[in-house]
Write a protein that binds this ligand. Sequence first.
Ligand SMILES: Nc1ncnc2c1ncn2[C@@H]1O[C@H](COP(=O)(O)OP(=O)(O)OP(=O)(O)O)[C@@H](O)[C@H]1O
Ligand SMILES: O=C(O)c1ccc[n+]([C@@H]2O[C@H](COP(=O)([O-])O)[C@@H](O)[C@H]2O)c1
Length: 227
Amino acid sequence: MSPSKPDAGALGVLGGTFDPIHFGHLRLAEEAREALGLAQVVLIPAGQPPHRDVPQSPAADRLAMVQLASAGNPGLAVDDGEVFASSKSFTVLTLERLRALHGAQRPLVLILGADAFNGLPGWHRWQELFALAHIAVANRPGFAPHGRRWPGTLSPELDAACAGRIDTDPAVLHRSPAGRVVPFDMTPLAISASLIRDLIRGGQSARYLLPDSVLDYIGLHHLYRRT
Ligand SMILES: Nc1ncnc2c1ncn2[C@@H]1O[C@H](COP(=O)(O)OP(=O)(O)OP(=O)(O)O)[C@@H](O)[C@H]1O
Ligand SMILES: O=C(O)c1ccc[n+]([C@@H]2O[C@H](COP(=O)([O-])O)[C@@H](O)[C@H]2O)c1
């Protein structure tokens, strides 16, 4: 990615293990872009995701699948910075890199599903994330809380960190470069990468849960067939 002007519009940032990328991720990116008025959403596959087992597919394959899945959609871009980094894929480091690339004024919007948001207090230097980007949180089936039910239902430390930051009007994302927390609703899709891996390992069809191009790649490269 090349540096953008501050007036290039708010940039969405969606990180994930993407093992593999599926329609839950793609609708999250697409609906965030539309609902929040983002200029583009950049998908960032994690090279060495913190806080989980080593992914079943190599980072190069996960990157290739993200590239296939986003091809032809100018609203999506792919950033390979985490895949080729030698360190763990800490989001704070990625946001520092993007902040340096895009300048101090461009709004950056970190997009998280409700499950990822709830785990935020375990992240590396998590309190610093609010100074680097806004955070937009989408509902995800099976993972509460979200939306207007937030206050009082988050963990005490997350609740405290979010005090005075939560706003349901996406317009706030465009008035400052970072610091607001905005819930938004997306089409609920109970799709997960674990479900897809389980289906493929069990010899069952995963079709219509992810793009055909990604499914073809999985077949061609014999991914997820063994544990
Ligand atoms: N179906 C979905 N709806 C909403 N958000 C989602 C959905 N699937 C993934 N996300 C969000 O996308 C981001 C990346 O998720 P990740 O790559 O870990 O996918 P996953 O399907 O949760 O994977 P796994 O099943 O391996 O844990 C996270 O912020 C997660 O909350
Ligand atoms: O920075 C951290 O400490 C951190 C801890 C857990 C997850 N993350 C990031 O959150 C995103 C989703 O993670 P995951 O494990 O649900 O795929 C991905 O971009 C990870 O790098 C980041």
